[in-house]
Design a protein around this ligand. Structure first.
Ligand code: PXG
Ligand code: PLP
Length: 440
């Protein structure tokens, strides 16, 4: 924790989703983390307002997770996951199946949210095929959706910057409209009242393509990366009903909403709608070791278990699926969540969090505030002709003042570790208030 950590050479590292040239002129380097705080290379404490990147749900440097990883590295560093296994993979799958909504009791491991999405999309198409409905190959995403950065994920995703540079993407993909309705829903507390009918847009695509060609619909219960869009009341129920009516699988991408973010273990439970497949990552290991997973309904899994027993049923998997270090980290994480009641803590704090955020509604530039559980979005009017710049300037200002937030376009996103106390919420809101007042 020295205040003179030298800057390393910065030429070689091509940074992901980063303004590389700007960053390297004024680097922001984190060197340690504990609880709710990072320490930067100058020894300053930075309050973590976004759980790292929506993933460190139990806060940083948690003893049970650290010890689990250390012990695992010395005991079994790697075990091949194809035609072989290690005990913790099974233990973790059982523990997870006990947390998921009823019916989602099969667990397939990956190494990230992006890989979970590819896995779920492939499972959906293959499921229909093994049942003799091989014409169901179309995938339906949603405008303003984020499903990671691999080709399947950006194809069903709906963020233009993530798509436009990469050619024609997957064929046979279409999108329902997004759920954002600023005119009717601005400054809603929790779930907006208007917009259940946006789900009916799926009927439009079914009328165009015919249900017999559609494998699955994938949506985030709460759209995170695109600026914290909360599902209107009744919207997810309606989507579920339409999928059921037409034999289409419903996939919830819970990479952000999973592991306590909305006040229950999963968003599916908060919103009372159970998908057929569910993708997770991030909070699964508290961000400590990369890991993702897909939860599948029993019937989806069972549909594959038909041919001769010596044959592989699903031709898919990763070298690092169920990696021992990741399994150990996940078990330590689930223990920590359970010990401290973290998977429902957002439900206890959401009232105070919402009230505190909404108190910013009359500050300069604020045009909307959105919240659910311990996730919040504050949308700003853009600087004329310079979209995203005002929010980015506020991000830089907050960092100077010791607070890490995230911005997407002109929306500020907050998703603090679930160990947060009211005093930290006050610090976040006070820092933001100052930055909004100073902002051009
Ligand atoms: N699905 C969803 C819903 C996500 O939020 C992914 C898939 C991809 O996960 P990986 O582990 O491959 O990154 C995500 C990831 C942001 C931001 O700025 C959000 C994510 C990742 C990076 C930045 O909001 N979410
Ligand atoms: N590329 C090559 C040449 C490989 O041999 C492999 C895996 O064996 C992969 C890519 C995929 O790597 P992973 O299983 O880590 O996703």
């Amino acid at each position: 924790m020295s205040d003179h950590t030298p800057h390393p050479a910065m030429d070689a590292y091509w940074m992901p989703f980063t303004a590389n040239r700007q960053f390297k002129k004024a680097p922001r380097l984190l060197t340690r983390a504990d609880g709710m705080y990072f320490t930067d290379d100058k020894g300053r404490q930075i309050l973590d307002g976004i759980a790292g990147l929506w993933c460190v749900n139990a806060g940083h440097n948690r003893p049970k997770i650290v010890q689990a990883i250390q012990q695992q590295a010395a005991e079994l560093d790697f075990a091949p996951p194809f035609q072989m296994a290690h005990p913790k993979a099974f233990e973790l799958a059982e523990r997870l199946a006990a947390l998921t909504p009823a019916g989602l009791n099969k667990v397939f491991f990956t190494n990230s949210g992006s890989e979970s999405v590819e896995t779920a999309l492939k499972m959906a198409i293959a499921y229909h095929r093994v049942r003799g409905e091989g014409a169901r190959t179309r995938l339906i995403g949603r405008e303003r959706g984020y499903h990671g950065v691999n080709f399947g994920g950006i194809s069903v995703g709906g963020m233009v910057a993530n798509r436009k540079m990469f050619g024609t993407l997957l064929s046979g993909v279409d999108h329902i409209r997004h759920t954002h309705d600023h005119a009717r829903n601005a400054f809603s507390l929790g779930q907006p009242a208007h917009g259940a009918e946006f789900a009916d847009d799926l009927e439009r695509l079914i009328a165009l393509h015919d249900a017999s060609t559609i494998a699955a619909v994938i949506v985030e219960p709460v759209a995170g990366s695109t600026g914290v869009l909360i599902p209107p009341q009744g919207y997810l129920q309606r989507l579920r009903e339409i999928c059921d009516k037409h034999g289409i699988l419903l996939i919830f991408d819970e990479v952000i909403t999973g592991f306590g973010r909305t006040g229950n273990p999963f968003g599916a439970q908060t919103f009372g709608v159970t998908p057929d497949l569910m993708t997770v990552a991030k909070g699964l290991t508290n961000g400590c070791v990369p890991m993702g997973a897909v939860f599948a309904k029993q019937g989806i899994h069972d549909a594959f278990m038909n041919g001769p027993e010596h044959l592989i049923e699903f031709f898919h998997g990763y070298t690092y699926s169920a990696h021992p270090l990741a399994c150990a980290a996940a078990l330590g994480t689930l223990d920590t969540y359970a010990d401290e009641g973290l998977l429902t803590r957002a439900a206890e704090l959401q009232g105070y969090f919402a009230e505190s955020l909404h108190a910013l509604r009359n500050e300069p530039h604020v045009i909307d505030i959105r919240n659910i559980g311990l996730v919040g979005g504050i949308e700003l009017a853009p600087l004329p002709g310079e979209p995203a710049k005002r929010a980015f300037n506020i991000f830089l200002d907050c960092y100077e003042k010791g607070l890490l937030i995230r911005t997407t376009g002109d929306t500020i996103a907050l998703s603090p570790p679930l160990i947060i106390e009211r005093s930290h919420i006050d610090q976040i809101v006070d820092t933001l208030r100052g930055a909004l007042k100073r902002a051009a």
